[in-house]
Design a protein around this ligand. Structure first.
Ligand SMILES: C[C@H](N)C(=O)N[C@@H](Cc1c[nH]cn1)C(=O)O
Ligand SMILES: [Zn+2]
Ligand SMILES: [Zn+2]
Length: 472
């Protein structure tokens, strides 16, 4: 007989412990993009390692050397774990990340970002949904298995990284090194690091967009200048950058770079038929946006825009005046950042050539005396799988057990490049099993995880382990 009811009541009983565990994780500002916070990323690795060890997991750190582009900045450790070594059981590889995006109260957060605040059954805090909630969710479910006296039906292999939000520096190298060692006996992979499409219906995800991240550096004067003294006499880098930015994408989201859309796979009849039955509405998108500024008014085109067409986003400018006030400076050197979310069949190298050649050509047209340099800072490929594998069947059964509905089969607009890396290196099926909702505000202000998603989500992970043992 299924032991799941016993597991689920234990999870309900342990709810305060689980919230406390997440609260301790959120309190560590493990921001991978801020070098001065690197010690906090390491502290988070230690916290995770201690929590895993308390459950009997064997933990090892892998140090992948220094971070590219920095003279003396060590990468945070990749946390590897193993729980169980019964040769009669299947081996499930769990991946997650313990780093987070930057966050500051002055960005507009209603509460301190690095303090988990519970209000109206919602947990607010940086990393609550991306990805500390799901990572801690795995630990929660294992604790519940053990305290309920239920044998964990699979052996677990863990891989938790601390550089995901900065391009997963060192991870592909680690996978190459460990594919025949630590990850050797993997039978299937499960990643909980994305979101339901909307707010009500659980999902299993079988595709991801990739991301290629670019920087345009424009430099001229030897130092920042007084715009009254030098304005009208000097070529201004910011002016050139703004012109170049304006050539990348139109306000309706159309990418202007020649060659990019030519690489996009056409919509097949089979794909076209998938969208109608997905539980999602434009109103849900508007709620998640916090506005009615959606590009498309119909569900199908919106879903296509999120998961099967590329998009180009302009993120910001390093070196430019950006605070309140009215500083009259001419910045001497500015670095414009933008990224392209990629889809089948965009080739990353070809995309880089299209982007960099185009920016070079547009820069020439400006006839500027400033220097313009375009480069790709990091890139991860798109991934598309098929949800028919037993790994997905197990996750669907788990979802049905916990949420009483069949999951939607979705693709994700965000990127988790390691999904493809594991699939290629281990030749095993990869499943994405999201915990949070589409309106959780990952990467944004007031990031949150609803308590039901956290608790029922921990149950779903536990039920998945139960079913995958039987299905594989
Ligand atoms: C979907 C996942 N939780 C996530 O947020 N991934 C990041 C990956 C990334 C790429 N460059 C920097 N981070 C994302 O999609 O932005
Ligand atoms: Zn994530
Ligand atoms: Zn993220």
């Amino acid at each position: 007989m299924s032991e799941l009811p016993k597991l689920f009541s234990k999870i309900d009983e342990l709810k305060p412990v689980f919230i406390d565990r997440l609260s301790k994780a959120v309190a560590i500002p493990s921001v991978s993009a801020e070098p001065e916070r690197r010690p906090k990323v390491v502290e988070m690795a230690n916290y995770l390692s201690e929590e895993l060890k308390k459950l009997g997991t064997i933990v090892e750190f892998r140090h992948m050397g220094k971070q590219d582009g920095f003279e003396d900045l060590q990468l945070p450790p990749i946390v590897l774990g193993k729980l169980g070594n019964d040769p009669a059981k299947k081996n499930i590889l769990i991946y997650g990340h313990y780093d987070v995006q930057p966050a500051a109260l002055e960005d507009g957060w209603a509460t301190e970002p690095f303090e988990l605040v519970e209000k109206d059954d919602v947990l607010y805090g940086r990393g609550s949904t991306d990805d500390k909630g799901p990572v801690i969710g795995w630990i929660n479910t294992l604790q519940a298995y053990q305290e309920a006296g239920i044998d964990i039906p699979v052996n677990l292999i863990f891989c938790f990284e601390g550089m995901e939000e900065y391009g997963s520096d060192g991870l592909d190298e680690l996978i190459e090194i460990e594919k025949d060692k630590w990850f050797k006996d993997t039978d299937a992979v499960c990643i909980s690091d994305n979101y339901w499409l909307g707010t009500t219906h659980p999902a299993l995800t079988y595709g991801l967009r990739g991301v290629s991240y670019y920087q345009i550096t424009v430099s001229g004067p030897g130092a920042d200048l007084h715009s009254g003294v030098f304005g009208g006499t000097a070529a201004e880098p910011m002016t050139d950058l703004v012109h170049l930015f304006s050539k990348l994408v139109t306000s309706d989201g159309t990418i202007q770079i020649p060659g990019v859309m030519d690489m996009v796979a056409p919509v097949t009849e089979e794909e076209d038929a998938l969208y109608e039955k997905i539980h999602f509405s434009v109103e849900e998108l508007q709620n998640a946006l916090g506005s009615k500024t959606n590009l498309f008014d119909d569900k199908k085109r919106t879903l296509m825009g999120r998961w099967r067409y590329p998009s180009l986003s302009i993120h910001g400018v390093e070196g430019a005046f950006s605070t309140t006030g009215a500083k009259t400076v001419i910045p001497a050197k500015v670095k414009g950042k933008f990224s392209i979310r990629t889809v089948p069949n965009i080739e990353m190298d070809q995309l880089d050539r299209c982007v960099i050649d185009y920016i070079d050509q547009e820069a020439k047209k400006l006839n500027t005396k400033n220097t313009v340099k375009a480069e790709c800072l990091h890139a991860g490929n798109w991934w598309l799988s098929s949800p028919n594998h037993p790994n997905y069947v197990a996750a669907a059964k788990a979802t049905k057990e916990v949420w009483n509905v069949e999951p939607d089969y979705t693709r994700e607009g965000g990127s988790i490049p390691v999904a493809l890396s594991f699939e290629k290196a281990l030749n095993k099926n990869v499943l994405l099993l999201p915990m949070g909702r589409g309106d959780d505000g990952a990467h944004s202000i007031n990031e949150k995880l609803n308590v039901p998603n956290y608790i029922q989500g921990s149950k779903t992970l536990g039920a998945y382990l139960f079913y995958v043992a039987a299905e594989l």
